[in-house]
Design a protein around this ligand. Structure first.
Ligand SMILES: [Zn+2]
Length: 308
């Protein structure tokens, strides 16, 4: 399997190879009794789930877009979602977690609560996550489907919320961020933006699942030739929640795994704090594994072991 040569990450982000299954250590002293859960990540399967060779594991995570939005009718096909649900039911994983994405109009338009969505469309997942947490064998997992809203004529705008501009460099981003944030304050009156969604992620979350990447981490879009991650999500990850792992998709050109190391990425964290007006706290060492599991470059799911 290949890592995708055109992947995009922050310059000082630490990439790791796909050949090694990352071992995410919640418990560092492995001489003590510990448990291991194997997590398998897929995303953006867009009706092609049957092409995947899904390894066995304890938890399966799908970060959105099991189906497509139809170009002509601007709708999704219910039969595609039914087929995906049937396929989910054939998988051996004890826990099968799904969130939505911007092509999942059927789910977004249904106007149902998450239990009703699961019963009606995704009965073979064990947890449908929409701004919700679930605790699985002691691990806290949070899932959210939102993405930065595109222009109204774009066909796949399910779960869209206003987002400030994207940028590829913290310096330029600092300027754009403040300008467009002001514009948003004026034009987005009364409408919750995407930032409020990320603010809801609890600080004790071990694994974050979103459809979109954080800005600057495996967020390069082949189709648009630009990064498409969420700036506020980066700040949420690196400065506040600090999950052990963050799984997402959406940007098809950036499939693969990256690792953020707080001891090596000090300058980047400082630039983020300045952009978001956050005080520096005392230095804390942590790492975050990022998984872009969008199944466009590779049909191989991403796998990690969570040891705790
Ligand atoms: Zn998407």
């Amino acid at each position: 399997m290949g890592a995708g040569s055109s992947s995009y990450t922050q310059p000082n982000d630490t990439k790791i190879t796909l050949e090694d299954i990352p071992k995410i250590l919640h418990k560092r002293d492995l001489s003590e009794p510990h448990r291991t859960l194997r997590v398998v990540c897929i995303s953006d399967t867009h009706t092609r789930h049957a092409d995947l060779n899904v390894p066995d594991g304890d938890i399966l995570i799908h970060s959105g877009e099991s189906i497509n939005s139809d170009i002509v009718k601007h709708s999704s096909r219910p039969e595609d979602l039914e087929d995906f649900n049937r396929w989910l039911g054939t998988l051996p994983h004890r826990y099968r977690l799904v969130t939505g994405g911007n092509h999942d109009k059927i789910i977004d338009n249904a106007g149902l609560d998450i239990d009703a969505i699961r019963q009606r469309y995704l009965s073979n997942c064990t947890h449908y996550l929409k701004d919700t947490s679930v605790e699985i064998e002691g691990i806290k997992i949070y899932g959210s489907p939102w993405h930065g809203l595109r222009p109204f004529w774009y066909r796949a705008n399910a779960f869209g919320r206003k987002e400030v501009s994207h940028s590829s460099s913290p310096l330029v981003g600092g300027v754009i961020f403040h300008t467009s944030h002001l514009a948003h304050q004026i034009t987005g009156l009364g409408r919750k933006n995407i930032e409020t969604r990320w603010n809801d992620i609890p600080e004790d979350t071990d694994i974050v699942i979103t459809h979109v990447p954080p800005e600057g981490v495996r967020d390069w879009s082949h189709a648009k030739q630009k990064p498409e991650g969420s700036p506020h999500l980066t700040a949420t990850d690196l400065l506040r929640v600090k999950p052990k792992a963050h799984i997402f998709g959406h940007c098809h050109g950036s499939y693969g795994i990256s690792r953020y190391d707080s001891t090596k990425n000090v300058d980047y964290a400082q630039s983020l704090r300045e952009r978001h007006g956050m005080e520096a706290k005392e230095e804390e060492e942590y790492e975050i594994y990022f998984f872009n599991a969008a199944q466009a470059i590779s049909r191989e799911p991403l796998v990690f072991e969570y040891i705790y």
